[in-house]
Design a binder for this molecule. Structure first.
Ligand code: HEC
Ligand code: HEC
Ligand code: HEC
Ligand code: HEC
Ligand code: HEC
Ligand code: HEC
Length: 353
């Protein structure tokens, strides 16, 4: 017993002495910390935006600039204006409109969806937000564009700048670190890429880049009615309307892999759409051999949309057009058929309350 105790004690003393010596030596001649491996450096890096052109310099996606995603935000110079617009005064539409500032339209960041002129408001103006829709494009009969106010200040004809909360989906990089694009490009789906660009080996390249899935699409193409309905009514119209996909057999059977089964996103098909084949029926036929679906009828358009642009129904007959009705008060397409309502409520109990 005693011998063991002595042995342990002397061992402890030895360790302590060694430690002290080691520490002292280190203090006297500090050996330089080994530099972190490149992989660690990259892992520690907070990725910032590098911009689509940088991605394209290694991964050429030839047709990308033709995609509706890329085209959804353009510089003002892409539009032929009817006159030169200089500096205008705008009021803070995201605040109480008591503050105003002047904005040089020629320095605007660009135009969202061929409509809204977006600009950054300098901090010194004291506005509630940083990015605003400062004007609205309107097409003249001769094809040129005029810039109108995006909104009027209550009770006056002055221009109110409207909050660009739209950026979340329409310009997700705006205001981000690095050199973000203002439109929807590579990094909107793949995430900021600086760490990926800095990576030196293929392994690191893979580790620093996400491969997006349908979940990525749904960040903007919200398809869960429980998340985007304000009233609790089951309305098929909102401007990000692929939500009926939730009810489709495609989704509920889990037998097909979401949006990317039919959509391609790195370029357009021959008709300028983000579809995998030029002829839509050829996509369906890869699984529904022999069926000649009338896609235009199955994927009915939301009639209440003034541009006829949105909500091609994605329920693939789970919600037939006949089960809906345009609600004149909301101008939305509301589901009224009791059988369909039952089906929908079963699928989404949160709406059934
Ligand atoms: C300097 C060249 C370079 C740049 C710039 C670059 N990449 Fe890459 N990227 C690579 C290489 C190399 C690989 C690995 C290829 C391999 O091994 O399959 C890769 C792989 C990828 C992958 C596949 C990842 C995986 O898990 O297989 C994606 C997606 C990707 N890059 C997207 C991007 C995006 C988006 C950008 C812009 C933010 C970008 N890349 C910029 C060189 C680059
Ligand atoms: C949650 C994401 C999201 C937000 C926030 C958002 N949008 Fe959209 N927007 C979309 C998507 C997705 C589409 C494409 C819909 C489609 O083609 O089915 C779209 C389409 C549009 C269109 C063309 C369709 C139409 O309604 O005529 C316009 C214009 C538009 N958005 C303007 C705006 C404005 C202005 C704002 C801010 C007030 C905004 N959006 C906020 C996701 C969003
Ligand atoms: C709308 C979302 C979206 C955008 C925008 C986007 N990607 Fe992708 N990317 C995806 C998805 C989803 C995948 C994986 C599935 C696939 O292969 O289509 C992918 C895969 C990739 C891959 C690996 C496989 C391949 O196709 O080479 C590379 C590299 C890539 N993307 C680069 C880019 C670049 C460069 C851009 C911009 C020019 C870009 N992506 C824009 C969604 C997107
Ligand atoms: C950052 C937000 C965002 C993400 C992420 C996103 N989209 Fe979009 N998408 C939009 C907006 C905004 C539009 C409207 C653009 C326009 O009409 O010019 C749009 C338009 C589209 C269109 C209609 C284009 C056409 O052919 O008329 C399709 C299809 C589409 N997106 C599919 C996808 C798919 C698939 C994914 C996922 C791989 C995806 N989107 C990811 C915002 C997004
Ligand atoms: C089974 C195939 C298929 C699947 C799965 C699918 N789509 Fe589509 N989508 C289409 C077809 C076909 C069109 C074109 C309809 C038309 O021409 O009217 C389309 C059109 C669109 C449009 C443009 C709407 C319009 O009216 O112009 C958007 C946006 C879109 N899809 C997004 C998505 C998203 C997001 C997902 C995943 C939740 C998805 N789609 C899943 C086949 C599909
Ligand atoms: C990747 C394979 C695949 C593709 C591509 C595909 N579908 Fe489907 N579709 C399915 C599966 C799986 C089901 C569920 C089958 C079932 O429940 O019997 C289904 C169900 C359907 C249904 C419901 C049928 C019913 O009896 O209720 C319709 C309608 C439909 N698809 C239309 C389309 C259209 C239109 C397209 C092309 C735009 C398309 N599908 C593309 C696999 C696919």
């Amino acid at each position: 017993m005693n011998r063991l105790r002595i042995m342990v004690l002397s061992l402890l003393t030895l360790v302590t002495v060694l430690l002290v010596v080691a520490c002292n030596t280190q203090q006297q001649t500090p050996s330089p910390q080994p530099p972190p491996s490149p992989a660690t450096q990259i892992a520690n890096m907070t990725a910032t935006y590098v911009g689509e052109q940088t991605c394209q310099s290694c991964h050429q996606k030839a047709n990308y600039d033709k995609t509706p995603h890329f085209q959804s935000f353009k510089p003002l110079s892409a539009y032929k204006l009817d006159k030169t617009y200089g500096t205008i005064t705008v009021y803070d539409g995201a605040g109480d409109e008591s503050k105003s500032t002047s904005v040089d339209l020629s320095k605007a960041l660009g135009v969202e969806m061929d409509t809204y002129v977006v600009a950054e408001i300098p901090k010194t103006a004291g506005f509630a937000k940083q990015f605003y829709r400062v004007g609205k494009l309107a097409k003249n009969p001769d094809g040129t564009y005029k810039i109108d106010s995006a909104g009027l200040v209550t009770g006056t004809q002055n221009w109110a700048a409207e909050d660009y909360s739209c950026a979340k989906c329409h310009s997700p990089g705006m205001g981000g670190g690095g050199t973000p694009d203002y439109t929807i490009t590579c990094e909107a789906c793949h995430g900021p890429g600086s760490a990926h660009v800095a990576a030196t080996t293929n392994e690191q390249k893979k580790a620093t880049m996400v491969s997006p899935t349908s979940e990525t699409c749904l960040k903007c193409h919200i398809s869960d009615p429980t998340k985007d309905t304000k009233t609790g009514a089951i309305i098929t119209a909102n401007h990000y309307g692929t939500r009926d996909y939730t009810f489709s057999k495609h989704n509920t059977t889990g037998m097909i892999n979401g949006c990317l089964t039919c959509h391609g996103v790195h370029g357009t098909n021959a008709t300028g759409r983000l579809l995998k084949k030029d002829n839509t029926n050829d996509i369906c036929a890869t699984c529904h051999a022999g069926k000649n679906y009338d896609v235009k009828t199955i994927m009915w358009d939301n009639k209440s949309d003034p541009r006829g642009h949105i909500t091609a129904d994605h329920s693939f007959t789970a919600i037939p057009e006949s089960a809906t009705k345009v609600n004149p008060t909301t101008k939305n397409v509301e589901i009224v058929d009791p059988t369909v309502l039952d089906m929908v409520k079963k699928a989404l109990p949160a709406l059934a309350k």
